[in-house]
Design a protein around this ligand. Structure first.
Ligand SMILES: *Cc1c(COP(=O)(O)O)cnc(C)c1O
Length: 385
């Protein structure tokens, strides 16, 4: 069986976790601080704050951006559901805009149409690792005095106009879930260039506590902490951070390996007229967290049949990215949302296996089976009827 994805974990990560446990300091401490410093340096952001996952990162980003009850935040529906959920956590309203068919990222013209007096921010997703057009959205946000927040859950290691994702705007949120490019089990990170945001994020992730555990532990004088505002326990553990440090060292290599597999798929499928491959424009650099193919109306096989046939041959695939407004948790909350482009992309896209290391013979097997399915179906004449 060829899986859809697999985290790249080795003895290095296991040893790092082992060593950290034996230090006796296992929750947020020196390893978290080291991971933050290295992640900030890697992305080129001034500061990084580690948290328990990207969903909690997004929640804290909403708070420090000043988003609150009744505010509207524009985001794609076509994203993992956590994107919109984070907006709802602060009592704000997600306003769904359409995405572009070529890269699944937010359509700027459609987003602009949905701006109202209540709009406070745009939550821009770099979908499956492909950077969105940050500069265009920055301009839009400047014109309407909106905050720009990036959901870069899938985009560690991706770059836009020569700079790593994480360095471009005030609040960028990452995920280290095993389905992403590097993992700490669960885990998240917020990068920012603003010192005030940095300080507040550190408070909020640890119960609003003015002095952290480590400072108290290392102090030679008695220190009492204050709890200065309503905070949360969104900490990352030092065990996770130790794993994250090892993963970060390999990130550029993992991305290069992923890009080679994506290039092999691109090369093999570029002549098939009935499908659309992921588009990476000049100045955009994807980590290929996922590889998604769109089946056009002329495709001789429907997406679900194709998925089943590939599964029968031992190849796991996934449907296109979900549409949040079609989930039960959203249908009652916001009925009558219609996003034809996003819905069509969800129904007619298929994700192929992509992970490191992927055996050359497995890549060839996926290419052969996919090509055979999409061309063999055409031979049956099904396309003609
Ligand atoms: C995975 C993902 C999230 C959630 O990340 P967690 O770390 O699992 O909380 C949020 N947004 C997007 C776009 C994602 O792909």
């Amino acid at each position: 069986m060829i899986p859809i994805a697999k985290p790249y974990l080795t003895e290095d990560e296991a040893q790092a976790a082992y060593d950290t446990i034996l230090t006796g300091w296992i929750t947020q401490g020196p390893k978290v601080q080291e991971f933050e410093e290295k992640f900030a340096a890697y992305t080129g952001a001034k500061y990084a704050v580690a948290v328990s996952n990207c969903t909690t990162a997004l929640h804290l980003a909403m708070i420090v951006a000043g988003i609150g009850p009744g505010d509207e935040v524009i985001c794609p529906s076509m994203s993992y559901i956590a994107t919109a959920n984070a907006i709802r956590y602060v009592g704000a309203i997600p306003v769904f805009a359409e995405v572009q068919p070529n890269d699944y990222n937010l359509n700027v013209a459609d987003a602009e149409k949905r701006i109202t007096d209540k709009t406070k921010a745009i939550l821009l997703v770099h979908q499956i690792g492909m950077p969105a057009d940050i500069d265009t959205f920055k301009d839009l946000c400047d014109r309407y005095s909106l905050k720009l927040i990036e959901d870069a859950a899938c985009a560690a290691g991706s770059a836009y106009k020569g700079a790593k994702i994480g360095s471009h705007s005030e609040l960028v949120c990452f995920s280290f879930h095993p389905r992403k490019v590097i993992s700490t089990g669960d885990g998240g990170m917020i990068t920012t260039n603003r010192e005030d945001y940095y300080n507040r994020l550190k408070l909020l992730r640890q119960h609003g506590m003015s002095v952290n555990d480590r400072v108290r532990h290392e102090a030679s004088k008695v220190i009492f902490e204050d709890h200065v505002e309503l905070g949360y326990n969104y900490r990352m553990t030092d065990i996770q951070a130790a794993v994250g440090i090892k993963q970060l060292e390999k990130l550029d290599w993992i991305v290069e390996e992923r890009r080679k597999i994506a290039a092999a798929y691109n090369q093999a499928f570029k002549g098939i007229a009935s499908i659309r491959l992921p588009e990476e424009k000049e100045g955009y650099f994807s980590n290929f967290q996922s590889y998604s193919i769109y089946l056009k109306g002329t495709a001789p096989v429907d997406r679900n049949t194709l998925m089943q046939h590939l599964l029968d041959k031992g190849i796991a695939t996934r449907r296109g990215i979900m549409n949040t407004h079609r989930e039960i948790a959203y249908k009652n909350y916001m009925p009558r949302v219609s996003l034809p482009v996003s819905e069509d992309l969800q129904e007619n896209s298929i994700m192929l296996p992509l992970y490191v290391p992927m055996k050359a013979e497995d890549i060839v097997h996926v290419i052969d089976c996919f090509t055979h399915e999409i061309l063999a179906a055409a031979d049956t004449g099904k396309a003609m009827v």
